[in-house]
Design a protein around this ligand. Structure first.
Ligand SMILES: [Zn+2]
Ligand SMILES: [Zn+2]
Length: 151
């Protein structure tokens, strides 16, 4: 998680020090792929005004908001109940902002681990993540780990 020390942390976009009273956003480490257009915001602190001037700035804000909502609620996609035990929690997190990606619809989905096996989209998800394995845009370790959870 990014920590802001006012008067000493610099904005990743403009390089200036973030001052008291400045509006800023602290992005956690949430982007998987270095080829993702949101990669430059990963684990970084930026002025809100600088972010708004960036291509993909609004997209990054939307994705961060959706990520936070999913992690605050932690609702299982299968049974619809909140997941209360950390060991029983799995989420895809943020996968991609590309709406044409085969896995876009799986962004932010959360599960009780034992419920993944009875998820109606499980086989579909396996097929789609398989499409991405070998894709140089995607981190192969992430794809392997995700497939091993789905199998
Ligand atoms: Zn800035
Ligand atoms: Zn469940």
């Amino acid at each position: 998680m990014s920590i802001v020390i006012l008067g000493s942390t610099t904005c990743k976009l403009c390089g200036k020090i973030i001052q008291e009273g400045d509006e800023y956003i602290a992005f956690p480490s949430f982007v998987l792929n270095q080829t993702d257009p949101l990669w430059k915001f990963n684990n970084s602190i930026v002025h809100l005004s600088c972010l708004r001037d960036e291509p993909y700035g609004e997209v990054a804000l939307d994705m961060l908001r959706a990520l936070k909502e999913s992690l605050d609620a932690k609702i299982c996609q299968v049974c619809g109940l909140p997941i209360k035990v950390a060991d029983d929690f799995f989420t895809f997190g943020y996968l991609t902002s590309d709406r044409s990606s085969p896995v876009f619809e799986f962004n932010f989905l959360c599960f009780h681990i034992q419920h993944i096996r009875i998820w109606s989209q499980r086989l579909n998800a396996i097929e789609r993540f398989k499409i991405l394995s070998g894709d140089p845009m995607w981190d192969s370790k992430f794809i392997e780990d995700t497939l091993s959870v789905l199998y």
